[in-house]
Every structure is written in structure tokens, then in C-alpha cells.
Design a protein. Structure first.
Length: 262
């Protein structure tokens, strides 16, 4: 089918759409990206037009995109402004691994690369199967506290919680991970102390994690993870991206953290 029926110029307001398009061989369509994009390396050369909660509308319009891609209700105001300027906008709002796989297929189909999308989903499923096979031989699943933000303290979003479970961990706030809004995942220091995680993972979106800060929190000195120095920082561009990265790279990283002792 002729390419004129598909977008030929795309602006990506978040990172996951850039990586999906790259993995299906269509990074050439991307004309503008988020300032936070780090994957793939080639995307660093593409003009930066957006942050997560704000965008340079004039710069986006000047790029004359056929389609603008974003993520979550947090970008609804940006989407509204861009639609008001006459642009086509698609905002994904998934929260789970299943949602990530669905997103890959939707975006691939949207740009006329359905088979490449099927191949990528197959690759992601194989990666998850590979990790699950490794986890089968592990008897103990360590209790994990994954922190997305420190003030207020926010625990893992659903796809991260699912990645932790797949990698052989036990997310202490797994039930709370299904909350749609960030405030649904607010947690208290007292709760964390009571649940006594064996591993603490910091992944603060937009700033570097201060690992020593965990050790200085009131009443945290008795937590297993603190006593055994099982405190780690992981990359937001991998774990907080609602795309392929948490599966392709995040699973290996978590498996190593949870089951390898240096």
C-alpha cells in the first residue's frame, strides 16, 4: 500500500514511541523528540521539542508533523493545545506489560509496519520467557521496594511492578501499582518499615537518586535492605519508559540485582 496513507513525519513527546519506531525500522519518521530521550543513540541528534509536562508548540508546528505521539493524562493539556493548532495527536495511556505489547502493535500498525510490530512483540515475549525460565530455579523471592519519587514517596507503576515479579522479586506494594494516578501509589515511611524490604531500588524521574538518603530516613536503620546495603539506583529511561526498554533491558538488570551478590 502506498506510504501516502501513513504518517511521514512524526513528533514524539515521550521516549517509548521513539524506541518502538526505531526497533521496527522507522526512526526516519521521527522529526522531533522529548528532551529526555536517550534511546536509541541516533535519536539524540533529532531536534528536542518537548519536556514531559510542557512543549515548544511553535517548534512542533514548524516541523509540520503528520502525527504527534504522547503518553498519559499528564500530557492532556499539551495534546489539547496541539489539536487546537490543527495537528493530529495520539496519546497512549497504558500502565501494564500487556498494555506495552498492545501499544507496540497499535503504533506499528499506525505507521504501516504491522509485521515488524508482530516481530517485536514476539521478541519481547521471548525475553520474558527467558527470564521466567531462569527464575524457576530460584526458591526465594526477595521483598522489593521500588521508589519512583522521594517526596512524596511514590512506589512502582504497574509495568515496573510486573517486571519485578517476572524477575523473581516480590514488590511490597504490588497491589497499589495498579492505581491509575500517581497519588494512588503514594506510600508512607511507616508502611515501608513495617513491610521490611530486602532490596530497595531508587528510580527518581528527572533527578539522580541519593542512595545515602535512604539510610538516613527515620526508623529505616533496621530495614533488611539498609542493614545489608542492598540499595540500588536504576535508569529512568529504561524502567519508567512505557515501551520495550523495561522488558528488553530492565528484566536483566533486575534479575542481576535480585539474585546476584557481589
Amino acid at each position: 500500500m502506498s506510504s501516502k496513507f501513513y504518517p511521514r513525519s512524526i513528533v514524539c513527546l515521550t521516549e517509548e514511541s521513539v524506541e518502538v519506531l526505531s526497533l521496527i525500522g522507522r526512526l526516519d519518521l521521527v522529526k522531533g523528540v522529548s528532551a529526555f530521550v536517550k534511546r536509541p543513540e541516533e535519536a539524540l541528534q533529532i531536534p528536542k521539542v518537548s519536556y514531559f509536562t510542557s512543549s515548544n508548540l511553535e517548534k512542533i508546528v514548524d516541523l509540520k508533523p503528520d502525527l504527534v505521539l504522547g503518553f498519559s493524562d499528564i500530557q492532556k493539556d499539551i495534546a489539547k493545545d496541539l489539536i487546537g493548532l490543527g495537528l493530529n495527536v495520539f496519546i497512549a495511556n497504558h500502565r501494564s506489560i500487556e498494555g506495552i505489547l498492545d501499544y507496540v502493535m497499535m503504533l506499528s500498525s499506525l505507521v504501516g509496519e504491522r509485521q515488524a510490530g508482530i516481530d517485536l512483540v514476539d521478541r519481547l515475549n521471548r525475553k520474558m520467557d527467558q527470564i521466567q525460565n531462569l527464575v524457576k530455579s530460584i526458591n526465594h523471592k526477595p521483598r522489593v521496594y521500588f521508589e519512583e519519587w522521594d517526596d512524596p514517596m511514590i512506589s512502582a507503576i504497574q509495568w515496573v511492578s510486573e517486571i519485578i515479579e517476572l524477575a523473581g522479586g516480590n514488590d511490597i506494594f504490588h497491589d497499589r501499582s495498579k492505581g491509575v494516578l500517581a497519588k494512588d501509589r503514594f506510600v508512607s515511611s511507616a508502611e515501608i518499615v513495617e513491610l521490611n524490604p530486602e532490596v530497595i531500588i531508587g528510580c527518581w524521574c528527572g533527578k539522580k537518586v541519593n542512595l545515602n538518603h535512604f539510610k538516613s530516613r527515620e526508623n529505616w536503620s533496621g530495614i533488611d535492605a539498609i542493614q545489608k546495603s542492598m540499595i540500588y539506583e536504576v535508569e529512568p529511561e529504561i524502567f519508567l519508559q512505557p515501551g520495550p526498554a523495561p522488558i528488553l533491558d530492565g528484566l536483566d538488570r533486575l534479575y542481576h540485582i535480585l539474585h546476584t551478590r557481589n
